[in-house]
Ligand binder design. Structure first.
Ligand SMILES: NC(=O)c1ccc[n+]([C@@H]2O[C@H](COP(=O)([O-])OP(=O)(O)OC[C@H]3O[C@@H](n4cnc5c(N)ncnc54)[C@H](O)[C@@H]3O)[C@@H](O)[C@H]2O)c1
Length: 282
């Protein structure tokens, strides 16, 4: 019998996780709070499968079968018989803790509870349950069907078995995993990009080099697909400032102290592509 996955939250990440999992043979129940959100989620999945089919990367019948494995619901009880639950709701700790507390009452004793949070400590989410050893971070990257990485995050009490089960799940849906052995702010990926963006912004701020030259250095010198300042504009200078501030607050490590220019850009509304101006004009 196929294993059952419950995905909580049918937004950008939840729909992507449901998509790759159904394709890998999981029976998926996708849960959101409104029918409208579920419709949006399944429309996104259907459109993405269609794109893979039109590019010859997925057979039409295979796509139909995968779609057939996804059911949708607004009822959290539908997660009761899941083997794995992945939570991908808004990045709000109270919302996540409430969901984990309810899931803990609902699911089987050996069910793995995973969160796709990009920054909230897994330990804080796990503490809302009576099974912190079965709670783990599965930080997928966007867009999930395209990006190969899943960052597995070990909370303070996550067991080896849970980490192994999370790895089996993520690798089974086609991802390569890295393991974050301690629940540090920003995990590994956000710490790396924050450190790079902070230094790039400092070099830019102090007039050492132009934004274009800093990005060209990273692209041609290190083989990065995109320079750090263009990445900041794409992600949102506000989002990166917030992430970096969090890491700085927790670590007190000066290398994460956001430079003044990032704060002033956010104050001025120059937050990157979504506002039309950031380190570059769009
Ligand atoms: N967007 C990214 O690039 C990205 C990348 C990695 C990780 N993440 C993380 O993944 C999570 C989801 O992000 P997203 O971008 O998919 O968000 P999103 O806003 O696209 O989707 C969130 C969904 O959760 C639903 N939701 C809210 N409360 C709910 C509840 N109680 N039960 C069920 N559904 C509920 C909302 O209706 C919405 O559809 C966040 O923790 C985020 O930090 C995001």
């Amino acid at each position: 019998m196929a294993k059952k996955l419950a995905v909580i939250g049918a937004g950008l990440m939840g729909s992507g996780i449901a998509q790759v999992s159904a394709q890998a043979g999981w029976d998926v129940v996708l849960r959101d709070v409104t029918d409208e959100a579920l419709r949006r989620g399944t429309d996104t999945i259907r459109a993405s499968y269609d794109k893979f089919v039109s590019k010859g990367k997925l057979g039409a019948e295979e796509a139909e079968r995968a779609l057939g494995r996804i059911t949708t619901t607004t009822d959290l009880d539908a997660a009761a018989d899941a083997d794995v639950v992945v939570e991908a709701v808004f990045e709000k700790i109270e919302v996540k803790r409430e969901i984990f507390g309810t899931l803990d009452e609902l699911v089987k004793d050996d069910t793995i509870l995973a969160s796709n949070t990009s920054a909230i400590p897994i330990t804080k989410i796990a503490a809302a349950t009576r099974r912190p050893e079965r709670v783990v971070g599965t930080h997928f990257f966007s867009p999930v069907p395209m990006m190969g990485l899943c960052e597995l995050v070990r909370g303070h009490k996550t067991s080896d078995e849970t980490l192994a089960a999370a790895r089996e799940f993520a690798e089974g849906v086609g991802k390569t995993c890295i393991v974050v052995n301690r629940d540090v702010a920003g995990f590994v990926t956000t710490r790396l990009i924050s450190a790079l963006v902070v230094e790039a912004a400092k070099l830019y701020e102090s007039g050492v080099a132009t934004a274009e030259d800093i990005d060209t250095a990273c692209k041609l010198g290190f083989g990065h697909a995109m320079g750090p300042l263009a990445t900041a504009d794409l992600t949102g200078v506000d989002i990166l400032l917030h992430a970096t501030d969090n890491i700085y607050t927790e670590s007190q490590d000066e290398k994460f102290a956001p430079p003044e220019i990032m704060r002033r850009m956010v104050d001025a509304g120059d937050i990157g592509r979504k506002s039309g101006e950031g380190f570059y004009r769009y």
